[in-house]
Each structure stands twice: as C-alpha cells, then as structure tokens.
Design a protein around this ligand. Structure first.
Ligand code: HEC
Length: 316
C-alpha cells in the first residue's frame, strides 16, 4: 500500500505523477500551437499561389518569347523595320521572327510550383483537380481524399497531419470566367483542345468545385522537437526543483515528526523528554507546531493524573 510507505517515498511518487501530468498538458498545448502554426503557414502559401494566379488572370494570359516548353497558345510576330524610317536597304537582314507563347493562370501556377519544388523552400504546392486537364496535375492519394471530402461535405479547406508532412488543401470554385475553357470541349479554345485533348478538364459548371491548391509542409516529430528543446540545463533545473521540494519535506515534515515520535515514546514510559516547546510561538500556524503543543499539554495532564493517582489510595 502506498499510504504505508514513508512520506519521502510517497512524495517522490506524487512528484513523478505530477511531472508526467504537466508534461502531458504541455505536450497538448505545444501540439495545438504547432498545428495552428502549420495551418497558418499553409494558408499563406495558398494565398500567394492564389495571388500569383490573379496576377496572370488580370492579363488573361501572360506571353513569353522563344520558349516552347509549356504553353497554351502561340503567335509569331515579324519584327520588321518601321516603315516611317523609310524603305530598308537592299542588303538589310531579313526581318526577324519572334515566337510568343501564352500561359494561362493554371499553367503559370504549375510552372511556379515546379520551380518551388526544385528550390530550397520547405513549403511545396501544386494545383490539382478530380477532373484534371493535364495528367501531370493528377491528384496524389492525399489530394484525392481531400477532393472527395471537399466535394461531398462542401468544405472550403481540408488538412491532415501525416507522419512527416502537414498537408493542406484549399478549394477552388468554378467562376464564370473559367467556363470558356472548362465548360465543354466543343466550345473550348482550339489551342486547349490541341494540347490537352477533349477528354478531361471539361464539364464544369459555375459554383462547382474546380480543384484545390494543395500545400505540403515538412513536420518534425514530438521526439525530435522534445530532444531539441530538452538539454542538460533543463534536466539539471528539473532535478534542482525535485531537490528543493524533497529538502523541504525532510526539514518541514519528516524530521519534526520523527523527533516528536521519539519524544512521545519516551513520555509513554515515564522518561523526561524535551519537546522544544520553548522555541514555538503559541499562535504558530504550522500544524506540526500545534501537534507539538498539543503533545506537551497531553504530557502535562499525564504527569498530573499520575501524581493524583499516587495521592488517593486505591479503592478497597
Ligand atoms: C484559357 C483557358 C482556361 C481558363 C479560362 C481556365 N483554365 Fe483552368 N486550365 C487550363 C489549362 C490549359 C490547364 C492545364 C494547365 C497545365 O498544363 O498544368 C488548366 C488547369 C486547371 C487546373 C489544374 C488541374 C488540371 O486540370 O490540370 C485547375 C484546378 C483549373 N484549371 C481551374 C480553373 C479555374 C478555377 C478557372 C477559372 C478561375 C480556370 N481554370 C480557367 C485552361 C484554362
């Protein structure tokens, strides 16, 4: 039984239990702070991706020169000399041909995400859809799950803490401006059909879920965070706290109780015992002082009773 153990042992066990409870509550607090921090970070990334898409869409498309790796439309400009400057000389070089390639917001966002993917930035992202136009944008397992949950439960966002990544998805809705390309393959611009075919990425209606901005952040396990935070100094402080508490229990409780027990033992066999009453203030709030004062009164009454019993002869 725990209650039959010494106060020092009981106190040590209580200290450990209390310590575990405090560590547990700290863990829960830290975990929720960490999660809300990760979510805020992921939201910022999604905001930036969204803002970049808006930058492209305010021009409809952006055009780049001489890079045909990934584009939607293409035009060629003839860089002819200005006729106002007069007719070109007979031996002038032929006019240069400038090839321009257009990028719509989703395509520009994909290129942006590919650059970030190769960069040192720990936060990665992509734009994906259950009905993707470009197979490169096919959702992965988390993204498919997020899209299912978002579409069936009408969520504006979805997130999950996986073993070593935090995954976040923000819903993108179909707006009227998206329909020119995503409504039906028949009405889509020719360059979209030529590059992406007519099978996927069409059939959207206004207000529906178009896809998600998917953000991926690396996370650290509790143990790696804990071992990073707890070092020899922290352990030394914890041991000092235990030492202070155990010394207090020793000097304030265990030793006075032991002394009192020894004195009470001597009193019980009629020996002299110094309870140290002289050193105690009558009104002391210390419970052990009060116990000593009560024992002193008990001793005095005992002495008196013995004296009286010696004076009166025992009844015949
Ligand atoms: C000019 C035609 C055009 C318009 C307008 C357009 N898109 Fe797209 N969208 C595309 C093309 C092309 C892709 C494929 C880009 C790539 O290669 O990654 C795409 C890709 C996407 C993707 C990524 C998944 C996939 O299909 O590959 C999402 C999500 C998306 N669009 C949503 C939208 C939304 C929402 C709007 C309106 C705000 C919109 N799109 C407007 C042409 C368009």
């Amino acid at each position: 039984m725990l209650l039959n153990r010494s106060i020092t042992t009981q106190f040590t066990i209580v200290f450990i239990v209390v310590l575990l409870l405090i560590v547990g509550s700290f863990y829960l607090v830290l975990e929720s702070v960490y999660h809300s921090q990760l979510k805020a970070q992921a939201e910022t990334v999604a905001d930036n991706v969204d803002a970049f898409g808006s930058w492209v869409s305010q021009y409809g498309r952006v055009w780049v020169r001489d890079n045909d790796k990934s584009y939607l439309g293409q035009v060629t400009l003839v860089n002819a000399p200005d006729p106002a400057q007069g007719a070109p000389a007979a031996d002038a070089a032929p006019p240069a041909l400038w090839h321009f390639y257009s990028k719509n917001p989703a395509l520009a966002q994909r290129e942006f995400s590919e650059v970030v993917e190769k960069s040192a930035s720990p936060a990665k992202f992509r734009v994906t859809s259950h009905n993707f136009m470009n197979p490169v944008n096919k959702p992965d397992a988390f993204e498919a799950k997020a899209l299912d949950a978002i579409r069936s439960k009408h969520l504006a966002e979805y997130y999950e803490m996986l073993p070593d990544t935090y995954r976040y998805a923000r819903t993108l809705y179909v707006k009227a401006s998206c329909l020119s390309c995503h409504a039906s393959a028949d009405n889509a611009p020719a360059d979209v059909k030529v590059r992406y075919g007519t099978e996927r990425g069409f059939g959207f209606r206004e207000g529906e879920v178009a896809g998600i901005i998917s953000v991926r952040l690396p996370t650290r396990s509790f143990w790696s965070v804990a071992t990073g935070v707890i070092g020899p100094v922290q352990i030394a402080l914890l041991l000092s706290a235990f030492l202070v508490a155990i010394l207090f229990i020793q000097f304030a409780v265990v030793r006075p109780v032991r002394r009192l027990t020894a004195a009470a033992g001597r009193i019980s066999v009629g020996e002299q015992a110094d309870l140290g009453v002289g050193r105690i203030a009558r009104k002391s709030g210390n419970e052990i002082h009060q116990l000593i004062l009560a024992t002193e009164r008990l001793r005095a009454s005992l002495v008196l009773a013995i004296k009286r019993s010696r004076r009166t002869p025992p009844p015949e």
